[in-house]
Design a protein around this ligand. Structure first.
Ligand SMILES: Nc1ncnc2c1ncn2[C@@H]1O[C@H](COP(=O)(O)OP(=O)(O)OP(=O)(O)O)[C@@H](O)[C@H]1O
Ligand SMILES: [Mg+2]
Length: 238
């Protein structure tokens, strides 16, 4: 059987600091996995290495039986793995349509005509269709989050890596984002959710992986995992 996605002893050091240590992690096609852990645990670093934004120090990354270890972000994105930013940075002087279009052309390798079509469809899908001609700078915080999703979706990913897309949102806005994540997943896209908003992770993830000081300390069903001894110790020093 094909390995959909797997990391083997994936390690990323910054000088003496080991931010991600020998991480074994795998994804089944179509699942939603939550990646949690205290501040500085290595969650963003792990996603950045997987997405090719950072080069791993050692270990391997396999995607659909292909070894993609050390490949650049652009290449990995074209293969089908894309990450949204923890800090949302749309091109504020461009319209929403232009923002998504760039994702479709540069990330997705689409022609001009295809890119326009797909961008309009995606903006509609994330609920920003009526604002496509507006400048990104005019958007509210939750709308910017949706635009970030749209830009990532324009690359037509198989795996979407979400890094804290719900920080600063109200409970209602979080619920809306969770519904959007489920809708994206129903299209068959595999999703990794990194989130401090625990309710959000618990609400969508079928499986949870916990990092602490760069090491995987627990993994399994959401409620089992967050009630485990290792996790309570890591979070609350119990
Ligand atoms: N570019 C970098 N250079 C040096 N150290 C870094 C760099 N990026 C991250 N680190 C360090 O690596 C460790 C892991 O950081 P990372 O940002 O991956 O954690 P995180 O789990 O995403 O935290 P948060 O929940 O606060 O977003 C931290 O100690 C951090 O200071
Ligand atoms: Mg982070």
């Amino acid at each position: 059987m094909e390995t959909f996605f797997q990391t083997k002893k994936l390690t990323k050091s910054f000088g003496a600091l080991v931010a991600v240590m020998e991480m074994d992690f795998s994804l089944k096609k179509g699942e939603i996995v939550g990646l949690i852990g205290p501040n500085g645990a290595g969650k963003s670093t792990f996603l950045n290495v997987v997405a090719g934004i950072l080069k791993p120090t050692s270990g391997e990354i396999i995607f659909k039986d292909k070894n993609i270890t050390g490949k650049k972000a652009h290449y990995i994105c074209r293969l089908g793995i894309v990450k949204t930013a923890q800090i949302v940075q749309p091109f504020t002087k461009l319209t929403l349509l232009e923002n998504v279009y760039l994702g479709a052309v540069y990330g997705g390798g689409k022609s001009h005509k295809e890119a326009i079509k797909i961008s309009e469809e995606i903006l509609e899908f994330v609920g920003l269709g009526n604002l496509k001609g507006n400048l990104a700078s005019e958007l509210s915080v939750p709308q910017r989050r949706r635009l970030e999703f749209a830009r990532a979706l324009a690359t037509e990913p198989e795996i979407l890596l979400l890094d804290e897309n719900m920080a600063g949102l109200t409970p209602k806005e979080i619920d809306d984002m969770l519904e959007l994540i489920r809708e994206i997943n129903r299209k068959g896209i595999t999703i990794v959710v990194v989130e401090h908003v625990m309710r959000a992770v618990m609400g969508v993830a079928e499986r949870i992986v916990v990092l602490n000081y760069g090491e995987k300390i627990a993994e399994g069903e959401p409620y089992e995992v967050i009630n485990s001894k290792e996790v309570r110790e890591a979070y609350f020093g119990e």
